[in-house]
Design a protein around this ligand. Structure first.
Ligand code: DP6
Length: 324
């Protein structure tokens, strides 16, 4: 039987953020989160078992160091689940700029989870796949699903998983202002740990985000775009505020990030309803509704930022090929 499979997963952008772990070993987050999977950015990964040792190729180049160790540790989990003892050849292609705060680890580990399990002959349920992907990267638990997804923080391995939320029927869309697609100075993993360990505002972040999460679920259930957008924007700002309080302070913002945030406020004043969110990078993601995509893209594009991408909600992870 073939021990090879290919999977495609899309990135997701959190509307209620995950920022801090309750349990590092189990990869349990301190708070629950909500995200929108995007069609614009994806990772395609092929895994073939049967090698002497693991090898990992990303965008045509062999990777080593910390990034490769992280993939190897993840493959160990799949070896434990499947009883395999051999190595895997992993070949991955990203349309997400890697490690630039555009959720490459989310699509990356969701695709790796699906391809590596399928190639090993396992047939995980979507929930099992979400739990497994979580252990590669927390946000990857949500990329298993398309559209809006909720990741319940949970209290143990089995209760910390993502699942899709019913479509609120709002024609959600996103404009991504790429301020800088270069690699970030500090990874989200390290930055959230430093925030949790040193920021006096971390506890306040956790408390506020729990409230934001409950409010977001209510807003999605009510199909209330204004409430969804306002919550997403303030939750992102609260997350960044918690980082500024770390020692040393963490800031991913660049001058163009601030210009984009201001442009979003101007658009709102002009009657174009849109809301900004930012992750562990300088890029600004703008939540809007589909009919407003072009006007927002043009308004942000005229600022002269490095790039502007528009995106609709994307699908969940899928195994595309099981070649022999
Ligand atoms: C700011 O999922 O990259 O994008 O679990 O340590 O791999 P690890 O972290 P990661 O963190 C994502 C942080 C965020 C917010 C979010 O996606 O919820």
């Amino acid at each position: 039987m073939s021990a090879r499979a290919t999977a495609v997963a899309h990135s997701n952008i959190a509307l209620i953020k995950y920022w801090g772990k309750a349990d590092t070993r189990l990869a349990l987050p301190a708070t629950s989160s909500v995200s929108l999977t995007l069609d614009a950015y994806l990772t395609e990964t092929t895994v073939e078992w049967g090698a002497d040792q693991d090898s990992i190729t990303l965008d045509g180049g062999r990777i080593g160091g910390v990034a490769a160790d992280r993939v190897r540790r993840f493959l160990d989990l799949v070896r434990d689940l499947s009883g395999r003892r051999d190595g895997a050849t992993v070949v991955s292609r990203n349309t997400v700029p890697t490690a630039a705060g555009l959720a490459s680890s989310a699509s990356g580990f969701a695709a790796l989870a699906a391809a590596s399990t399928a190639a090993a002959g396992l047939e995980p349920t979507p929930r099992e796949l979400s739990i497994l992907a979580r252990k590669g990267s927390g946000s990857a638990s949500r990329s298993v699903f398309g559209g809006l997804a909720v990741w319940y923080a949970g209290t143990d391995d089995a209760s910390s998983y993502a699942e899709p939320l019913p479509d609120p029927g709002l024609d959600l869309a996103m404009v991504v202002a790429v301020v800088n697609a270069g690699t970030k100075e500090i990874s989200s993993r390290d930055a959230m740990l430093l925030t949790a360990e040193t920021s006096p505002y971390y506890r306040a972040w956790v408390d506020a985000s729990r409230g934001d999460f409950d409010d977001m679920l209510a807003a999605v259930a009510a199909g209330d775009f204004t409430a969804i957008g306002e919550l997403a924007e303030s939750n992102a700002m609260r997350m960044h505020a918690s980082m500024l309080g770390a020692t040393p302070p963490i800031s991913y913002w660049e001058p163009d990030s601030v210009r984009c945030l201001r442009r979003v406020r101007e658009l709102r004043s002009a009657g174009v309803e849109c809301y900004a969110t930012m992750d562990a990078g300088p890029n600004v993601k703008i939540l809007c509704r589909r009919p407003d995509l072009d006007v927002i893209r043009d308004a942000v594009g005229s600022l002269g930022v490095a790039g502007v991408t528009t995106s609709l909600p994307g699908p969940g992870v899928r195994v595309t090929r099981d070649a022999s």
